[in-house]
Structures are given as structure tokens and as C-alpha cells.
Design a protein around this ligand. Structure first.
Ligand code: NCD
Length: 304
């Protein structure tokens, strides 16, 4: 059984390279040539939190590879969770219908709970402020595809590093390689100590900053994130930090000429739309890569 719960399960750089190479192949393959390794399978997508990219790219990947899809797009409101059903019970039931379950849920640790109850592979599509492993894979792929390598890169992480689950997964993936992190965030949203220790243990250097002025001309990748409004208890606390880092064409002038700009999306106002036409802006390409990486991942899960 191959659950995908945490990015820490991916430790083998050869396996990652295979996954990235396969994603590249899918990106260049005519649709009619897609293999159907999931033919006769059914895959369930169950999202208890909003999603556009993750759910729809998974659902496209599932169908591209030949599987049937069953889905509840707003599981928090429309599934039996409303009636008080536990994650465990829901997952046991889904295991009877589907050969894999893709799940997003607002609680940290929910994906692991689901995996413990499930009779089929569970893929974590985001567990609260915990992890988002498949986003890290597509982010890693996007960096690799653009820069031709992952070793030797300086990565700037900006925004809500406390609550951003894409950050928590991505830094652990990248720390398998020889990388250096520059973390620019308001004090209250800085990268939690737990993650600093995890990546430093892997040999990555971490520099914490409250401004991005000193890093823009050093970094190869600028990874922007949204301040995660839904994780705040008081709106005043959100309002106090939401506009701390706004990337616009003026700031872009200070960024390295060959750096790339990424964002897991959705953006709120942390990247102004005038940045979109800059050739260094890769966030829409990054979202598109989600489809190819998720196809490669599903094919891998179903191959053994
Ligand atoms: C992210 C998420 O859900 O964590 N979105 C995504 O999956 N691409 C980022 C976010 O919501 O800010």
C-alpha cells in the first residue's frame, strides 16, 4: 500500500528524478498517447476544504490515466461529515468503492488518520497547516525543469511560513539537495522552529529575515505565499500582516535576472498582475505542471 501522507516519504533522489522525468514526458505527450494504467480503477477525491488547482488537476490526471472518478467537492458541507461521521468511517466506506483516495481536510494529521483506517492508498492533498506533499513535488519539478538542477540553489521563501503547508512540504523536499533558504516573513508568521531544525539536520542553511531587501539579488527562486486567512482566529491579526510583502514590477527590478518567481496560488494581492508578463513569473506554468506531476505520481502508485 502506497499512501502519500508526508513529503518525508520521498528520500530517494533517483526516484524523484524518475518522477520528474516522467512528468516532463507527460507534458510533451499528445493526449491520445496517454497510457491507461488506471483503467478499471475508481479513484475518489474528497475535499473538506476549498480547492481549484489541486482537486481539478488530480481529477484530470485520474481521468487521463483511464480511471473512473468519484468526487465530493465540498465534503465538509455535502458529505456525511455534516452528520458527525468520523474521517475513519468515511474512509472505510470509500475504500469499498475506490482503489485510491485523494483527500484534503482542515485538521493537521487528518491524512495520517485516514491512511490508518483505509484499505486503499490515501493521498494527502493538504491537511490543515500541516503538509501538502504533492504540491511540493510539482514545485520541485518546476524548479528542476526551469533551472536544470536542484543542487546549489538559493531559495527565497516569502509570506506565511507559519501556516503555509506548501512551504512545510517544499523545504523538506528541497533539503534533500544542497540548498540554502532565505525566509522573509513578519515575525509572527516565521518558519516554525520544528521545520528549521528538520531542514538544518539535512544540511540546509536557513537565514530568517523580516525584510526581503538583502535577499532579492542573491536568490535563484522566489517562492511567494498567501497569508493563510483561514488559519487566523481574529481578523485584526490577519489585517495587520496581510500586506507585509507585495511583489510588484518595482521589486522585480531588484530580483536576479535569471531567478524564477513561484506561488502555489491562489494569490490574493501578494503578487500584482503587472508581474505576470515578466518572463521570470512561473506560477501559471507551476499550476499546469500539477497535472503532469500528479499523472506521474498516480502512475507510480498504481504500477506495483
Ligand atoms: C495552496 C494550499 O491549498 O495549501 N494551494 C494549492 O494547493 N495550490 C496554497 C494556498 O491555499 O495558499
Amino acid at each position: 500500500m502506497k499512501h502519500v501522507i508526508s513529503i518525508t516519504q520521498f528520500k530517494d533522489k533517483n526516484q524523484l528524478k524518475q518522477l520528474f522525468d516522467r512528468a516532463k514526458e507527460f507534458s510533451q505527450m499528445p493526449r491520445e498517447k496517454y497510457p491507461k494504467p488506471l483503467a478499471h480503477a475508481t479513484v475518489a477525491t474528497v475535499f473538506y476544504e476549498p480547492s481549484t488547482r489541486t482537486r481539478l488537476s488530480f481529477e484530470t490526471a485520474i481521468q487521463n490515466l483511464g480511471a473512473n472518478l468519484i468526487s465530493t467537492e465540498n465534503a465538509g458541507q455535502f458529505s456525511s461529515a455534516v452528520k458527525g461521521e468520523t474521517i475513519e468511517d468515511s474512509v472505510i466506506i470509500l475504500s469499498g468503492y475506490a482503489q485510491a483516495i485523494v483527500m484534503r481536510h482542515p485538521e493537521v494529521g487528518s491524512a495520517e488518520r485516514a491512511a490508518n483506517a483505509s484499505l486503499v492508498p490515501v493521498i494527502n492533498a493538504g491537511d490543515g497547516a500541516g503538509e501538502h506533499p504533492t504540491q511540493a513535488l510539482l514545485d520541485g519539478y518546476t524548479i528542476y525543469d526551469n533551472k536544470g538542477k536542484l543542487d546549489g540553489l538559493k531559495i527565497g521563501l516569502v509570506g506565511d511560513l507559519l501556516n503555509g503547508r506548501t512551504i512545510h512540504s517544499l523545504i523538506q523536499l528541497l533539503s534533500l539537495y544542497d540548498v540554502e533558504f532565505y525566509c522573509a516573513a513578519p515575525d509572527s508568521l516565521q518558519l516554525p522552529e520544528k521545520y528549521i531544525q528538520l531542514v538544518e539536520k539535512n544540511g540546509a542553511k536557513v537565514t530568517l529575515l523580516d525584510s526581503w531587501d538583502t535577499m532579492l539579488d542573491k536568490i535563484d527562486v522566489l517562492y511567494m505565499t498567501r497569508v493563510q486567512k483561514e488559519r487566523f482566529e481574529a481578523i485584526e491579526d490577519y489585517n495587520a500582516v496581510k500586506d507585509s510583502f507585495i511583489l510588484d514590477s518595482q521589486i522585480m527590478k531588484k530580483l536576479n535576472k535569471d531567478a524564477i518567481v513561484m506561488h502555489p496560488l491562489p494569490r490574493v494581492n501578494e503578487i500584482t498582475i503587472d508581474v505576470d508578463k515578466d518572463p521570470r513569473a512561473k506560477y501559471f506554468e507551476e499550476a499546469r505542471n500539477g497535472l503532469y506531476v500528479r499523472m506521474a505520481l498516480l502512475e507510480m502508485i498504481f504500477s506495483n
